[in-house]
Design a protein around this ligand. Structure first.
Ligand SMILES: C[S@@+](CC[C@H](N)C(=O)[O-])C[C@H]1O[C@@H](n2cnc3c(N)ncnc32)[C@H](O)[C@@H]1O
Length: 178
């Protein structure tokens, strides 16, 4: 899927679904928080949430005192919803409206977190481009947290097909890069 179609899909999706109606909603994203806590060397670590959408992860990270948090998403609607929820606190966050594959990261992050965005990259070339991006966008010795469905999980998500084969190989490729 190309960037314009992706963007159209997600803008439409966030315009027609309320926050708590989506299958991936978590009031407190515990697993993500635990992985970030374990990976972080301190509260000044820079963290980017790829495909963060309207997730409350950013709220929780700010509440825990992380001072350098960025949220990237292809949907401006999703980012606006998150900003509205956070109110004045939203100014503490770097908001990046972009397709992850078209993003030019200017300075690398300590922690890259992606829950359920990578799995929409069903084309091998796109997954390779994502892997290449992480090598520039994550500091050496940093953490790459990428969460996808399990091998027996659904074959689609929010009306889009998801990538579900050879995940082990993909993980090894991403890990080798860092
Ligand atoms: C299933 S939702 C998960 C949202 C959030 N990570 C969470 O766990 O609640 C997938 C999110 O990824 C975003 N997304 C999908 N493909 C993307 C891409 N290529 N670049 C940036 N964001 C993308 C969507 O707009 C959506 O917000």
């Amino acid at each position: 899927m190309e960037t314009p179609s992706r963007q159209v899909h997600w803008e439409q999706f966030y315009s027609t679904h309320r926050e708590q109606e989506v299958s991936w909603f978590e009031a407190t994203p515990m697993l993500s928080l635990e992985m970030i806590r374990k990976s972080a060397t301190g509260k000044s670590d820079s963290i980017v949430d790829i495909g963060g959408g309207n997730s409350r992860l950013v709220d929780c990270l700010l509440a825990e005192g992380y001072g350098s948090v960025a949220v990237l998403d292809v949907s401006s609607r999703a980012l606006s919803l998150a900003q509205a929820r956070l109110g004045n606190t939203a100014t503490k966050v770097q908001w990046i409206e972009s397709d992850v594959l078209g993003w030019k990261c200017s300075s690398p992050f300590d922690i890259w977190h992606d829950r359920a965005a990578y799995h929409f990259l069903t084309d091998l070339q796109d997954r390779a481009a994502y892997a290449a991006l992480t090598s520039n966008a994550v500091k050496s010795g940093g953490a790459l947290i990428v969460a996808t469905f399990g091998l027996e999980g659904p074959r689609s998500c929010s009306g889009l097909p998801v990538y579900s084969r050879q995940r082990g190989d993909d993980c090894r490729r991403l890990c080798d890069i860092l």
